[in-house]
Design a protein around this ligand. Structure first.
Ligand code: NAD
Length: 358
């Protein structure tokens, strides 16, 4: 029996979490769920979107699976997702992007591994609002140190990238490549412009790569990488990126394999693991029992593998692949048109997968 923290999240999170829970239970792996609410609804009730009990539960159980959580845009509370990753030092965001047979996409045979640094970069949450005392002091300090002037009505976000953070994420990428018989690691950056943050990431990646002569290494500037991924995705294998580029390229990769509805992920650290889909809370579909639960169910497959339940993970993946290939009992996003009347609901999709589990 495993004790696992389940964070249903908000928006469409609770619907896909319920579907995921049922499917994972149907594999026969014994799980005691510790259900912990977090997100926008909890903020209204408890005054924080991420109560301490949620962190305590993950620390106790060491493994969690979560639905998406809304982050207000521009104002309001800071991201629950970012806080969780930083508090638990979940420094690696692992996002496989692989095409399933039968998915409608412009590309076939995509098989990419996106490895995103998860704690630093512009996600550090060090920001100064326009007109604030802090922003004024920083503007003055920068003028003094560099002679460069920043407009006084600027907001400021700080982008720290460390040698320590870069080394451990790039090492993770190489270790992953070696363990999973991957051939190449590509480090992505904008070191031509940000010479001391992205430059450090690149320099560290080059240094780390020397310790893995069996794995090919190359680097790409992030804008070129986006173009190349859309034109020739087959040239790439394991891709390691700082936090912000990792976020953006993950969604690009999700687009290559047929959309956010099928893109899973894991946030990993030395001590804890939190599995979650790449997508957000898709609030406009909240309560409609409509969105695709696969991204979270596939995150559950990753969790089963992490727990060492390899057979259950393979059985579940086979069941999912067969439902997708058949293409009948799938949600609207996997149909030729989003208005397709034959699209099934979130819960029906889960039932179909459960029915296929042998
Ligand atoms: P989103 O991923 O929620 O949705 C974008 C679009 O993708 C949706 O409108 C929908 O068309 C499609 N989509 C997403 N999930 C789907 C699914 N399961 N099935 C079918 N289609 C799906 O992105 P957004 O609208 O930019 O963000 C909404 C909220 O989610 C924001 O508050 C954002 O901060 C948050 N967010 C949370 C996480 C997380 O919890 N890890 C990740 C990303 C965004």
């Amino acid at each position: 029996m495993y004790n696992i923290t389940l964070i249903p999240g908000d928006g469409t999170g609770p619907e896909i979490s319920e579907a995921t829970k049922r499917v994972i239970e149907a594999t026969g792996v014994g799980i005691q769920w510790d259900i912990q609410e977090a997100g926008i609804d909890v903020f209204e009730k408890e005054g924080t979107p991420l109560p301490e009990r949620v962190i305590d539960s993950i620390k106790k159980n060491r493994v969690a699976i979560k639905g998406p959580v809304t982050t207000p845009v521009g104002t309001g509370f800071r991201s629950v997702n970012v806080t969780l990753r930083q508090t638990l030092d979940l420094y690696c965001c692992l996002r496989p992007a692989r095409t399933f047979k039968g998915v409608r996409t412009r590309f076939d045979q995509i098989d990419l591994i996106i490895i995103r640094e998860n704690t630093e970069d512009l996600y550090a949450g060090i920001e100064f609002a326009r007109g604030s005392e802090g922003a004024g002091e920083i503007i003055d300090l920068i003028a003094e140190l560099t002679g460069k002037s920043i407009r006084p009505d600027s907001g400021i976000s700080i982008k720290p990238i460390s040698g320590f953070g870069s080394e451990r994420i790039v090492k993770f990428a190489f270790r992953y490549a070696r363990k999973n018989r991957r051939k190449k690691v590509t480090a992505v950056h904008k070191a031509n412009i940000m010479k001391y943050s992205d430059g450090l990431f690149l320099e560290t990646a080059r240094e780390v790569s020397k310790g893995y002569p069996d794995i090919e290494f190359e680097d790409r500037i992030v804008d070129n990488m986006c173009m190349q991924l859309v034109q020739k995705p087959e040239l790439y294998d394991v891709i390691v990126l700082p936090n912000l580029y990792g976020d953006i390229v993950s969604d690009l990769a999700a687009g290559l394999i047929g959309g956010l509805g099928i893109a899973p992920g894991a946030n990993l650290g030395e001590e804890y693991a939190v599995f979650e889909p790449v997508h957000g809370s898709a609030p406009k579909y909240k309560g409609l029992n409509k969105v695709n639960p696969l991204a979270m169910i596939l995150s559950g497959v990753m969790m089963l593998r992490h727990l060492g339940e390899i057979k259950a993970a393979e059985r579940l993946e086979t069941a999912i692949a067969s439902v997708i290939e058949e293409g009948r009992y799938v949600t609207y996003d996997m149909k030729p048109s989003p208005d397709d009347p034959t699209a099934v609901t979130t819960s029906q999709f889960a039932d179909t997968i459960i029915g296929k589990l042998s």
